[in-house]
Write a protein that binds this ligand. Structure first.
Ligand code: TXA
Ligand code: MG
Length: 322
C-alpha cells in the first residue's frame, strides 16, 4: 500500500472510520485551521506514546490536547480569570493555553511530558470539530510531520512525511491559517507568549494588557521550543535581498517579485504570506535547490510567527525537535 492510499476525503463514513481508529488506540491525521495534526486518544497512554514514536519526537516535548469546547477543557485543567476571558474571545481558534492539570485529570501524563500543566485548544476547523464530537474523547495532536521538519498544511504533506506511520489522513484541503496556534502560559500577573502563532501578540495585548515573550531557549516554560525546527533539507538564508547561484528565493512584497522563485505575498499581505509559508517551503524543498534565500518579513502581527518559524528553519541542525 502506498502512503497516498491513506488519504481519505471527508464524508460521514470517513469520520466514523477515523473515530473508530482513534478509539482503538491508533493514529489519525486531521486538518485544523492552523496545520494538520497527528491525533491520538489523549486518555490512552499507549496511543499517546505512538505519536512520539511516529514523529521521532523527544518525550520531553509535551503535546496539545484538542477538545470540542471549554466545558470539556474544564474536566482536565483549572482556568484562571484571564484564561476564561481569552477562551471566550479566541475559542474556537488558533490559541493554545497551558494550564494546571486538575487533580483527577484523566489525560495521559505523556501528553504533559511529566509537567504539572497541560496545553489545551479548541480548534475551529469544521472537520476537526466533527471528529472531536464523533470520537467523544480528547485528542492529543502535534503537527503531523516528522520531528524537526516542515509542518504540513495539506494532506499530501502528511502522507509524504509520515508515510505508513499514520493509519488514516482525513483530507480537509489546505489549512486556512498556515502556521501553528499561539501557545501561552500564565504567571501570577502576566500572560506569557510561549510560541507566536495564528493569534497575534497585538490581539492578545488588546484583550488582556501585558503579554511577555518567553526566552527563546526556555526549556522549562516551553520544552518544545528548541532551536532547529520547521527545517527543509537544504540550508535557509534569512533577510536576503538578493539571490545567489543555485538558490531559490522566497519573496515577500512587490519589490521582490522579479527575483522570487515563489512570492509569499506579492502584495505584501502577512495573512496571505502565513497561509503560503509551509507549502512554499515544501515545494522548494522538493525542487532540490542548493539553499533557500528568504526576503525580510516585517516583525509585526503574523510576521512574528513567520519569522519565528523561519529562524528555526535556518538554525543549525544538531538539535531537532517536533
Ligand atoms: O496549531 C497547532 O498548535 C497544531 C495543531 C495540530 O493543533 N499543533 C501543534 O502541536 O503545533 P506541537 O506539538 O507541534 O506544538 C506544541 C507546542 C510545543 O512547543 C510544546 O512545547 C508546547 O506546545 N507545549 C505543549 N504542552 C506544554 C506545556 N504543558 N507547557 C509548556 N509548553 C507546552
Ligand atoms: Mg510541530
Amino acid at each position: 500500500m502506498s502512503a497516498l492510499d491513506n488519504i481519505c476525503s471527508p464524508s460521514k463514513e470517513a469520520l466514523k472510520n477515523a473515530a473508530r481508529i482513534l478509539q482503538a488506540g491508533e493514529l489519525v491525521a486531521f486538518p485544523t485551521e492552523t496545520v494538520y495534526g497527528l491525533g491520538a486518544d489523549a486518555s490512552n497512554d499507549n496511543a499517546t506514546a505512538k505519536i512520539f514514536e511516529a514523529k521521532g519526537r523527544p518525550s520531553f516535548n509535551p503535546l496539545i490536547v484538542h477538545v470540542p469546547d471549554i466545558e470539556t477543557a474544564r474536566k482536565y485543567v483549572r482556568f484562571n480569570a484571564r484564561a476564561e476571558n481569552l477562551a471566550a474571545l479566541f475559542w474556537p481558534g488558533a490559541l493554545t493555553m497551558v494550564l494546571p492539570r486538575n487533580e483527577e485529570c484523566p489525560i495521559s501524563r505523556l501528553a504533559s511530558a511529566g509537567l504539572p500543566t497541560l496545553a489545551v485548544r479548541v480548534p475551529a476547523n469544521p472537520l476537526a470539530r466533527d471528529l472531536l464530537l464523533e470520537v467523544g474523547r480528547p485528542i492529543a495532536a502535534p503537527s503531523a510531520n516528522p520531528s524537526g521538519q516542515i509542518s504540513p498544511t495539506q494532506a499530501i504533506h502528511v502522507a509524504n512525511g509520515l508515510k505508513d506511520k499514520v493509519k488514516l489522513i482525513l483530507d480537509g484541503g489546505t489549512c486556512k491559517i498556515g502556521v501553528e496556534s499561539t501557545v501561552i502560559g500564565f504567571s501570577e500577573d502576566e500572560v506569557i507568549l510561549l510560541r507566536p502563532g495564528g493569534v497575534t501578540k497585538e490581539q492578545l495585548q488588546a484583550a488582556c494588557g501585558k503579554v511577555t515573550m518567553s526566552a527563546p531557549d526556555s526549556k522549562i516554560t516551553s520544552p518544545g521550543m528548541l532551536l532547529s525546527h520547521y527545517a527543509p533539507s537544504c540550508p535557509v538564508r534569512l533577510n536576503a535581498d538578493d539571490k545567489k547561484e543555485g538558490e531559490a528565493y522566497l519573496g515577500f512584497g512587490p519589490e521582490t517579485d522579479l527575483i522570487s522563485t515563489i512570492n509569499l505575498s506579492a502584495s505584501g499581505d502577512l495573512t496571505e504570506a502565513t497561509a503560503n509559508l509551509f507549502s512554499s517551503l515544501h515545494l522548494l524543498d522538493e525542487e532540490g535547490f542548493a539553499s533557500i534565500a528568504v526576503a525580510p518579513i516585517p516583525e509585526i502581527g503574523l510576521g512574528v510567527a513567520i519569522n519565528d518559524r523561519l529562524r528555526r528553519a535556518a538554525a543549525p541542525r544538531e538539535k531537532q525537535e517536533g
